[in-house]
Design a protein around this ligand. Structure first.
Ligand code: MRU
Length: 349
């Protein structure tokens, strides 16, 4: 039993675990203001693609509650404006846009109803997105857990656990399901520069589940693979193009290249809400560029000379040919992806 929730809806307010403050303190941020939820997404108080999707839906529901008109057309115009604001929060995780699209569709397909009824529907839809995410991740984990052999030394990057989702996790969910099935293994946790999602969050979550782990600097993965100490790599995703090219935390592509060179399987775990079938390949995925200060400072202290030029790309794109399998709630797709992903394109379309 995991005694925390990344995000939930309570009495028309959003309650989320402030991940900026982990692992030092477990502080929940509570708000009824959708702008504060946008700010929480932007500043990574809540992060991870599926969790961003849930937060976006809840921000939309809060925004809907704030609109004061009784006129349905005016309400829907105001709601569209709020959705556009939320869409600016972060660009790469497609779950954000997927969730906003679901919320927009609810408003449009019930356009004839009184505003109060529409608001209720939107609140219910946001809650449904959270609940579904839990179920989806458990299915995904059940499909993937057999890939983790007894005694394996697994390497993971960034954070893909319950914190990064509505509940349970994706790549970390796969590890959790394998552990709950009685398999015993250990995890190399990449610290994940610059914001240390691995060091701060993945270690925290693995510790709570009881899975043994060892934290490593990102640059150590190559040497560990060379020494034969990594049996498989498993990561999450922020957006997967129609051909399987995958955007995930910066550093993921490097791991995939290393894994191929050393003959180590490299898996991606993500729900279908992370697929963007409108994009034919990864070159079309927008990659977020964040403030240089995230790499030129550490806990507010400068670690580079004043004014040092710095490039802070938050994600990279792993080409499909480096991915051994993509684990979803519908099963595991294997190469060649353009054809193995095709049935899921129909499901999401
Ligand atoms: O910048 P972040 O912390 O939101 O980046 C998160 C990741 O890259 C995760 O690996 C991805 O969103 C999958 S979370 C299940």
């Amino acid at each position: 039993m995991i005694p925390y929730c990344s995000i939930c809806w309570q009495d028309n307010r959003v309650r989320l675990l402030d991940q900026r403050r982990l692992p030092r303190e477990e502080v929940y941020l509570e708000t009824g203001d959708y702008r504060q939820v946008i700010e929480a997404i932007r500043t990574l108080a809540i992060r991870g693609a599926p969790a961003i999707g849930v937060a976006a839906a809840m921000a939309a529901a809060l925004g809907a509650l704030e609109i004061t008109t009784d006129d349905s057309a005016e309400f829907r115009r105001g709601f569209q404006e709020i959705l556009r604001e939320i869409a600016q929060a972060r660009p790469t995780a497609v779950n954000l846009f997927w969730a906003l699209e679901r919320m927009a569709q609810v408003a449009e397909s019930h356009a004839g109803e009184p505003v109060a009824a529409l608001k209720e529907r939107l609140v219910r839809e946001a809650q449904a997105i959270l609940k579904e995410d839990d179920t989806i991740n458990r299915h995904l984990a059940a499909h993937g857990q057999g890939l983790i052999p007894e005694g394996a030394r697994v390497l993971t990057h960034c954070n893909t656990g319950a914190l990064a989702t509505g509940a349970y996790g994706t790549a970390l969910g796969v590890l959790r399901a394998a552990w709950e099935a009685g398999r015993r293994f250990s995890v190399w946790v990449d610290e994940t520069r610059p914001l240390l999602q691995g060091a701060r969050l993945t270690t925290w979550e693995l510790g709570k589940i009881g899975i043994p782990y060892t934290l490593i600097p990102d640059g150590a993965a190559a040497f560990l693979m060379q020494k034969g100490q990594v049996d498989l790599v498993i990561v999450g995703a922020d957006r997967i193009a129609g051909n399987g090219d995958t955007a995930n935390k910066i550093g993921t592509y490097g791991l995939a290249v290393l894994a191929r060179y050393h003959g180590v399987p490299f898996y991606v775990a993500a729900p279908l809400s992370t697929f963007d079938f409108a994009l034919t390949d990864g070159s079309q995925i927008p990659v977020e560029e964040r403030a240089p200060e995230e790499i030129t400072t550490l806990w507010g202290e400068p670690v580079a000379p004043p004014g040092a030029p710095a490039l802070n790309l938050a994600f990279d794109i792993t080409p499909n040919e480096l991915i051994s399998g993509i684990i979803t709630e519908r099963g595991i797709a294997t190469p060649p992806y353009p054809s193995s992903l095709k049935p899921w394109k129909r499901l999401t379309g």
